[in-house]
Structures are given as C-alpha cells and as structure tokens.
Design a protein around this ligand. Structure first.
Ligand SMILES: [Zn+2]
Length: 72
C-alpha cells in the first residue's frame, strides 16, 4: 500500500488520536494504524475508523472535559 498523498511507503504502527470537541477532549491511545515513512501522514483502516467513531460517540456523552481511552 502506498501513501495517497506522496506515494511513500506505509508502515504499520501504533498511534494516539486526539478528538477535540466543543465540550470535551478525548484522547484514544494505542490505536493500530499505518504511517507514511515519507510525509508522516497517519491512516486508519476502515474497521479501526469505524470503531473510533463508536468510542468518540460513547465518550462524548459520558464525559465533560478530558477523557483518556485505550483502544482495545
Ligand atoms: Zn506520504
């Protein structure tokens, strides 16, 4: 798989993802992802992106300020 931006090589890595919403900040840690060696852009697979959506939607209801979640 090549980077959609620069056609660089993509490696598997673990990353953190921060979502900043109006009333809270959600930090999701240890997410399996792919990162471009050349431009550093991070990509999530469809399954991971879908799960991140679920986590964010769940956490934003239950939190007020800053939440830290470990992806599992
Ligand atoms: Zn790239």
């Amino acid at each position: 798989m090549d980077c959609v931006y620069c056609k660089g090589n993509i490696s598997v890595c673990i990353t953190d993802y921060t979502v900043i919403l109006k009333d809270c900040v959600i930090l999701i840690k240890d997410i399996p992802s792919q990162k471009c060696d050349l431009c550093g852009e991070t990509f999530f697979s469809f399954n991971v992106a879908t799960k991140l959506d679920v986590i964010v939607n769940h956490e934003k209801v239950n939190s007020n300020r800053m939440t830290e979640v470990v992806y599992s």
